[in-house]
Design a protein. Structure first.
Length: 584
């Protein structure tokens, strides 16, 4: 009797076919990056001021420059260090409409009255040097309507949250490739539909549906890549999605330069799903999933296909039903004994503490990562270059993590990357506050922000591997699902955190910095898993956590230091061990 790992290894041969199908499914990271950070471009908020009818209507003579208009008619916001976007001086400029000498008319009006400051009455005038049209400019999502812009992004990430919850269950029930195909097709169709939204509300609804429908495809792709990988490729396969996601961020900057109007740009982003839809029909189903569903004939067929395409040498007698039917029966028996993995996890004090802490670190990492990603336009320099640099940071960070994990271990890597992220964000806050108006210091802030992106991206990658190694086989999917759910909560909060910077420019980065350092402190309490075997059962995991955490400050905070709930199944074992322990 052989395991599915042995059968897969026997069929891999030169591994070229395996490498090809893994690379192909992980390319979903490119359109995923397009969708998840699309608002950097399609909902960008360019420089703006109040619309002044006498100066901005089509019949007005283009005499006054923007600098003159702002210095004369717009109050300066000392806190934000820029001209106010939501208020104007209420001069009476009615007589200046259509006036051939509009400059003189404005001078006369401003010198003859003492105005008060009022809200924008006729909407806003947006600078079109960078963007011809965005969601924010088309529907005037500024000032009192700025929360609508943040809300739309949060609604999208709520769709990602819901898609993450149902995605795993759907791919477990119906297969990795079927859900992958459906998700890609839905992403293509709904993504294009978003570009034809007639108003903000339809736009938000379609973006929610887009996230809900395409997210299961990206989850299925990562699981599929892990399931068809050979053992020594698993870490690379797990992190490969994130590397390709970074590549997607680089590519989308090029697309955004070419299309400056948000509607054709949204269509271009959505067409990223098309080649993957076409190639998905050439992918075989995961043999592991087929075996788990006891579809042994189909598993045989898939393994033989892999063996042929990989040019595997030697003769291997493939009979998955003979080899794996007993294993499947044992797995059913173990699952029945373990019961509900969610209940099992939270009924044990140390496992419960580790699960909550792990969720907290994932949530903060997601909050900071997406905060820095979506904030490219607020940094010094060009928004297109900034977003591409952020994608490059993802690629470099995750590539280095593949090496660093084996050398330093997951816990140390998580702590170091979160500390780097937190300090970078706090130092960039200092740069923004101290060097306001100094171009050189603004670019220092940009470098620090990119360092924060590097740290948060690396932390995300390491956390995925660490979560897999911390929790038992019986509850590993549950732990990853809870972690992903927490990460989505962080991303839902992100847009409102970014909105704060329009009132207090330095506060957003300060929030990112302090929360990242807090997450680093929590991650420091995690046990190190380097060179450890993967845990199998809940009881084994609870003992492992207790051994490593019983005397920790974190256990004291949770009021479980020095005690552990006793599992009935362990009683006999503990009693047998008692005399030996007394002798020791």
């Amino acid at each position: 009797m052989r395991s599915i790992d042995t059968l897969l290894e026997d069929c891999i041969g030169n591994g070229r076919y395996q490498a090809a199908i893994i690379s192909l499914v992980l390319l979903v990271g490119i359109p995923a990056a397009f969708m998840q950070t699309a608002t950097v471009f399609i909902a960008a908020l360019p420089d703006a001021r109040c619309w002044i009818e006498a100066l901005d209507n089509d019949t007005a003579s283009d005499v006054l420059s923007e600098d003159v208009i702002k210095s004369t008619l717009i109050p300066y916001d000392e806190i934000a260090q820029r001209y106010d976007r939501c208020h104007m001086f209420n001069y009476n400029l009615t007589g200046c409409e259509g006036n051939l000498n509009i400059s003189q008319c404005v001078d006369d009006a401003t010198n003859s009255t003492s105005p008060n400051i009022g809200d924008c009455q006729d909407g806003h005038y947006f600078n079109k040097d960078i963007f011809e049209s965005t969601v924010a400019t088309e529907w005037d999502l500024l000032c009192g309507r700025l929360t609508l812009k943040s809300g739309s992004t949060s609604v999208f990430y709520f769709g990602v949250f819901a898609g993450s919850i149902i995605g795993g269950a759907l791919s477990d029930r119906f297969g990795r490739i079927l859900i992958y195909k459906i998700g890609l097709l839905a992403g293509l169709v709904v993504g294009i539909a978003v570009a034809f939204s007639p108003n903000y509300h339809v736009f938000s609804l379609l973006r929610f549906l887009l996230a809900l429908l395409y997210k299961p495809a990206s989850l299925a792709a990562v699981v599929y890549a892990l399931e068809v990988s050979r053992e020594r490729w698993k870490t690379t396969a797990a992190l490969g999605y994130n590397i390709i996601y970074g590549l997607g961020c680089v590519i989308m900057s090029g697309l955004a330069i070419f299309w400056r109007n948000w509607r054709p740009l949204q269509i271009a982003f959505s067409l990223g799903f098309l080649p993957l839809v076409l190639t998905s029909f050439f992918l075989p189903e995961s043999p592991r999933w087929l075996v788990s569903k006891e579809k042994f004939a189909e598993a045989d067929k898939t393994l033989k296909l892999m063996r042929k395409r990989n040019h595997a040498k030697g003769v291997v007698d493939l009979n998955t039903e003979r080899d794996l039917a007993p294993v499947a029966a044992d797995k059913r028996e173990v699952n029945n004994k373990d019961g509900n993995s969610l209940i099992e996890t939270f009924s044990r004090p140390y496992s419960r503490m580790m699960t909550i802490n792990n969720m907290f670190v994932w949530m903060i990492t997601s909050l900071v990562y997406y905060g820095i990603s979506l904030n490219s336009g607020a940094l010094a320099g060009n928004i297109y270059v900034n977003h591409a640099l952020g994608g490059a940071m993802d690629i470099i960070a995750i590539s280095l993590c593949i090496v660093a994990i084996s050398k330093f271990g997951c816990r140390n890597c998580t702590v170091m990357t979160l500390v780097l992220c937190g300090l970078s964000c706090l130092l960039s806050t200092v740069a923004l506050h101290v060097g306001a108006g100094v171009t050189a210091i603004k670019y220092v802030g940009l470098v620090l922000a990119m360092s924060g992106r590097f740290g948060s991206s690396a932390a995300f990658a390491v956390l995925f591997v660490h979560t897999v190694e911390l929790f038992p086989t019986s509850g590993r999917n549950t732990a990853l699902g809870l972690a992903s759910m927490a990460a989505r909560i962080g991303s839902i909060i992100t847009p409102f955190t970014l909105q704060i910077q329009y009132q207090v420019p330095w506060l957003t980065q300060a929030i990112f910095g302090f929360t990242a350092l807090a997450a680093a402190c929590v991650a420091y309490s995690f046990p190190e898993t380097k060179d450890n075997s993967l845990l199998m059962t809940f009881n084994e995991t609870e003992k492992y956590f207790e051994k490593n955490l019983r005397s920790s400050k974190m256990a004291t905070i949770y009021c479980i230091s020095g005690k552990r709930d006793r599992d009935p199944d362990e009683a006999s074992v503990d009693e047998e061990d008692a005399p030996t322990n007394e002798k020791l």
